[in-house]
Design a protein around this ligand. Structure first.
Ligand SMILES: [Zn+2]
Length: 325
């Protein structure tokens, strides 16, 4: 039987998700974004219009599902996600969970026991976010630069407990392609199977052995920042994706762009519009317009690309769901 997946419009079957991008953001607002009172007020209507336009364009490329792994502390707005999903026919899957310590809002979880944090995540998965009734379908975890802080370890442990209790998979943020193995260690320490975790942002380094080592442990490897070329060029990302396929790990690759389709406030002192101008390929259609044709020239078939964008996301949800049943 196919797994049930929580979308913002209700449960669906993993087998019905179709072509899926695993890491795109409808809206991001960094903690305290509203404190920069110089910025224009957040305009919800304009925000929804902008995101709907982008999602409609994506629909034209056959994408039927998008995971928005915005954690609780980065301006997550599940009602905007539901409106976008309703208007575009694209399934949206939202996240519970928390961001890295130095860029998130750590005070509350620092002062809660790990069991209480797990209960909070489970509440958002089983009963929904606040009183919206919108239930989360993935759990976001995150680690910072170089080492996992005590706070991050606690949140990750709680996430693993919630994942084990609900059959909902984990999706991560890593900094500088560090700590992927720590994430796997902590998750599996709580009895999760490796395949229930996407080690996110693993494409931001020219380090095929690191990417391969994550796959060898059974984790999904996130090639999820195509277009973010200030980090590393897409030429290197594409080369390493193909190398991982050639090493026999096609089944463990998940792709996306980590776009931010709308910002609440600015990104620190940076105007997000300037950010978008500096990164012309940082958009949700980039894979289909530029990267997949390139991968085909390198010898990959349409079937390979369908396996990565349709079959792998389905299996990611089914593995997690089946493990607790
Ligand atoms: Zn992200």
């Amino acid at each position: 039987m196919s797994a049930t997946v929580n979308t913002v419009l209700g449960p669906t079957k993993a087998s019905e998700l179709g072509r899926t991008l695993v890491h795109e953001h409808v809206l991001i607002g960094f903690p305290g974004w509203f404190m920069d009172a110089r910025q224009p007020a957040f305009n919800r209507r304009e925000a929804v219009e902008r995101v709907v336009d982008a999602f409609q364009e994506l629909h034209g490329h056959g994408v039927r599902t998008v995971i928005d792994p915005c954690p609780m502390d980065l301006g997550r707005d599940v009602e905007i996600c539901a409106e976008v999903s309703q208007k575009t026919g694209i399934n949206l899957i939202c996240a519970t969970g928390a961001y890295v310590e130095d860029m998130g809002i750590p005070w509350t979880f620092k002062n809660l026991p790990v069991e209480a944090i797990a209960e909070a995540f489970i509440k958002e998965i089983e009963r929904g976010v606040g009183d919206t009734g919108i239930r989360c379908g993935v759990i976001k975890i995150a680690t910072g630069r170089g080492k996992v802080s005590d706070y991050e370890r606690k949140v990750l442990t709680a996430a693993s407990m919630a994942g084990k209790a609900t059959g909902v998979p984990l999706i991560s943020h890593t900094e500088n392609c560090n700590c992927g193995h720590d994430q796997i260690d902590i998750a599996t320490g709580r009895g999760l199977k490796y395949s229930r975790l996407i080690v996110g942002h693993s494409c931001g380094t020219d380090d095929h052995p690191y990417q391969k080592s994550l796959a060898e442990r059974g984790a999904y490897v996130g090639f999820d920042r195509f277009g973010l070329e200030q980090e590393i060029s897409d030429v290197i990302r594409t080369k390493n994706l193909k190398a991982l396929v050639d090493a026999g790990h096609k089944d463990q690759i998940l792709v996306s762009h980590d776009t931010v389709n709308c910002w609440a406030g600015a990104y620190g002192n940076t105007d997000p519009m300037e950010l978008n101008k500096a990164l012309p390929n940082w958009k949700m259609t980039h894979l289909f317009e530029n990267i997949f044709p390139e991968l085909k020239k390198m010898g990959m078939s349409q079937q390979d690309l369908d396996d990565i964008t349709v079959e792998n996301p389905r299996r990611y949800f089914e593995d997690a769901w089946a493990a607790v049943r």
